[in-house]
Design a protein around this ligand. Structure first.
Ligand SMILES: Cc1ncc(COP(=O)(O)O)c(C=O)c1O
Length: 469
């Protein structure tokens, strides 16, 4: 599904946070969109056709001076907001040195950043390996889990359990552990030792229970039965090296029930199976805990970080227990851009901003506002909104065909486009359909700006519902 690229006459908007005064997209920006379209694969054409020209705080501007309140944080990257002075200076200072790249030669920003990461990571997760993208971090976690498993149980202990609906990136291993079958059709020869378990989702309970009905034992029992059946009988645990899950599944911001994760962690520990949380999207304060897995109160062996780790430049990391992270001999882990000094300088400043401004508590406090506003949208259109999920400053609003639970992608795309025309920056719908509208503003957003953006979203959904049905 594509957004309309033809400049469209839209009503003028003027609030303290949003300003729309031209057709959208602004006609003068269309040549840039066309140039990209001519050279890049069409599969990259996925987002609303706005050319970002300037950004500051939680505002984004195009060349024509239109202004958007940002609900994307890029794609959950700019957690401390855009154009932060501290980050700017940190990058500038590093640029001044001429040391813009060092490969794995040592550089000081890298040393300072990994130490700081160790400080914010839970005790026990004390070794950090820096990479460049989220996909690389999940690939590396796979390698660590399998290698560790082989060390314990030889070539039979290599199985990896992952979950339906998961997203861990777009490289070969990351796609195999991803839980959307259509995304991995191209692989054909899927790894038989990767096992995709059903995701325990209380909104779509496989046995038809309503809400969190304290049935984690039953739910976790189904997980074990699935594995027993799939792996064939006795000692199937002995053939598993690790479990990987996003701390919340990105597409719909869906968390596992806490009790389920507690059982999962206990079971992993009891069977020498490593537990990895993919925090690429969820980490660095987004959900009102520094890392989202902390909502579950368990201790993983590895975490994968990306996106909000740097607040801007490409950077990712695997953080984990020493005995797992230190399995490989000197020289075995190379990565061209690992610990890029400019990325690390920016990331350190970003991390300090998150801590100094206590953006984690801020995200936690704003949860109530986001929930209230999301529920107001559901009340305005109860027949097409389902489900709503909110945690900290991540929200997901599913749109469905009237009075069903069938995702309504055409409605969701229309609503996103309309919201963008009203000065609210959203990325394209995701999740099933795709028909889920994700809300992920920078964590510095004010309550007033959040409410202003949510009002635009409500108007957009109400209007599109009226026009489509
Ligand atoms: C949970 C999760 N893991 C991994 C990735 C892949 O990250 P990247 O696009 O940086 O490779 C993403 C990206 O959306 C993600 O959301």
């Amino acid at each position: 599904m594509e957004f309309n690229w033809q400049p469209r006459e839209v009503p003028e908007v003027s609030t303290p946070y949003r300003r729309i005064k031209t057709k959208i997209p602004a006609p003068e920006t269309v040549p840039i969109l066309e140039r990209l379209r001519r050279v890049e694969p069409r599969a990259t054409v996925s987002q609303p056709p706005i050319v970002w020209h300037r950004a500051e705080g939680f505002s984004i501007y195009d060349r024509a001076g239109n202004k958007w309140v940002d609900f994307t944080s890029g794609v959950l990257v700019a957690n401390a907001g855009y154009k932060r002075e501290k980050m700017y200076e940190a990058m500038l200072n590093q640029l001044e040195t001429g040391v813009w790249h060092t490969f794995l030669f040592a550089n000081e920003p890298r040393a300072r950043f990994v130490e700081k990461l160790k400080e914010v990571a839970p005790p026990g997760l004390d070794v950090v390996f820096l990479l460049t993208t989220g996909s690389e971090s999940t690939e590396h976690a796979l390698k660590l889990m399998r290698t560790f498993g082989r060390g314990l149980g030889g070539n039979k202990k290599i199985g990896i359990v992952c979950f339906e609906g998961a997203f861990h990136g777009r490289t070969l291993g990351a796609q195999q552990i991803g839980g959307t079958p259509s995304l991995k059709e191209w692989i054909v020869n899927l790894d038989p030792d990767i096992h995709q378990a059903p995701f325990p989702d209380c909104h779509r309970c496989p046995v038809g229970k309503e809400g969190y009905a304290e049935c984690e034992d039953e739910c976790f029992g189904q997980f074990l039965s699935f594995l027993e059946e799939r792996l064939g009988g006795k000692d199937y645990q002995g053939r598993l090296a690790g479990v990987i899950t996003e701390s919340y599944q990105g597409g719909e911001a869906r968390f596992m029930p806490k009790g389920y994760v507690e059982r999962l962690a206990e079971w992993c520990r009891a069977n020498q199976i490593l537990l990895t949380f993919d925090e690429v999207q969820a980490g660095f304060g987004r959900t009102g805990e520094f890392f989202a897995f902390q909502h579950y109160g368990v201790e993983p062996d590895l975490i994968c970080c990306g996106k909000g780790i740097s607040g801007c430049l490409p950077l990712s990391a695997v953080i984990g227990r020493g005995e797992i992270m230190r399995q490989f001999p000197p020289g075995a882990l190379t990565n061209t851009h690992s610990g890029n000094p400019v990325s690390c300088a920016a990331a350190l400043a970003h991390l300090e901003l998150i801590l100094e401004e206590d953006l984690v508590s801020k995200a936690q406090a704003m949860e109530a506002v986001l929930r209230e506003e999301a529920e107001a949208i559901a009340r305005a259109c109860p027949d097409i909104v389902w489900p709503i999920r909110v945690r900290g400053l991540v929200g997901a609003i599913g749109l469905v065909e009237p009075n069903t639970k069938n995702p309504a992608p055409a409605l969701a795309f229309a609503a996103v486009q309309r919201a963008v025309e009203k000065g609210l920056m959203l990325f394209a719908p995701v999740g099933p359909g795709p028909a889920t509208i994700k809300i992920n503003p920078p964590l510095i957003i004010t309550e007033e700006a959040l409410r202003d953006g949510m009002a635009a979203l409500r108007e957009a959904i109400v209007e599109c519902r009226r026009e489509l049905y």
